[in-house]
Design a protein around this ligand. Structure first.
Ligand code: FES
Length: 146
C-alpha cells in the first residue's frame, strides 16, 4: 500500500487513467512515487505510466499553482485569435506555457478543445470556463483570481 494511500485496489492498464486521476485530485498533481507504485502494482513500465500522466492536459507530473489556466489551442480557437490570448497571458503573468508564477498563484498550460468552440477563443481557469476572450478581458479575468 502506498504511503500516500492512493493505491486502493489492484487493477490493470484499463484502470491506469482512473488511478492517475485519483492522484491528481488528491495531490493536485501525480507525484513521482505514485507513478512508481502504479507501475509496480499494475505491471506497467514506469515510462508508460509517465507517458500517460504527461500526455493528458488534466493531469500534471509537477505541482501546479493555486489557479491553473488552460488555454485552448485547437483549430477553431486558433482561428479566432487564441495566439493573441496566449501572448497576453504570458505578458500579464511573466511566464510561458508549462510554467508557474514564482508566487505559486498561476500555472499556465495549453489544452485541446474544451467544447466551447462556438464561443472561441476559450480557456479554463480551474473549473471555470471563460469564452470570447480578448486581450482586454484577460487582465480583468486574471484580476479575479489574484
Ligand atoms: S477549439 Fe477551442 S474550445 Fe473547441
Amino acid at each position: 500500500m502506498s504511503e500516500k494511500g492512493i493505491l486502493t485496489q489492484p487493477g490493470g492498464r484499463e484502470s491506469l487513467i482512473l488511478r492517475l486521476k485519483e492522484a491528481q485530485n488528491k495531490f493536485g498533481y501525480v507525484p513521482q512515487e505514485v507513478m512508481a507504485e502504479l507501475a509496480q502494482s499494475l505491471g506497467i513500465p514506469i515510462n508508460e505510466v509517465y507517458g500517460v500522466a504527461s500526455f493528458y492536459s488534466f493531469l500534471s507530473v509537477r505541482p501546479l499553482g493555486r489557479n491553473v489556466i488552460r488555454i485552448c489551442r485547437s483549430l477553431p480557437c486558433y482561428l479566432k485569435g487564441a495566439q493573441t490570448i496566449i501572448q497576453t497571458v504570458e505578458k500579464e503573468l511573466g511566464i510561458k506555457p508549462g510554467e508557474t508564477t514564482p508566487d505559486g498563484r498561476f500555472s499556465f498550460q495549453f489544452t485541446n478543445c474544451i467544447g466551447l468552440c462556438d464561443r472561441a477563443p476559450a480557456m479554463m481557469i480551474n473549473h471555470d470556463a471563460h469564452v470570447e476572450l480578448t486581450p482586454e478581458k484577460i487582465a480583468q479575468i486574471l484580476q479575479t483570481y489574484r
